[in-house]
Design a protein around this ligand. Structure first.
Ligand SMILES: [Zn+2]
Length: 65
């Protein structure tokens, strides 16, 4: 598994179909073969980052998920 944002392999599993990149602090949710990326803000809220990526970049299989 690697992070679509920073290409780090430092990915932790934090829930069912839910992962976390310890290098860029982004939450990765696996949905229907696609990764949904969210930035975790200081107050714990999530900001969706999917618009910043191409669909092909968020493809779960392409990132080893
Ligand atoms: Zn990352």
């Amino acid at each position: 598994m690697k992070c679509p944002n920073c290409s780090s392999k430092n990915i932790g599993k934090i829930g069912v179909n839910l992962f976390y990149c310890w290098d860029c602090y982004i939450e990765l949710a696996l949905e229907d073969g696609q990764l949904s990326l969210s930035q975790v803000e200081e107050d714990g809220s999530l900001t969706l980052l999917d618009d910043l990526f191409q669909d092909s970049e968020r493809e779960a299989k392409a990132n080893g998920f």
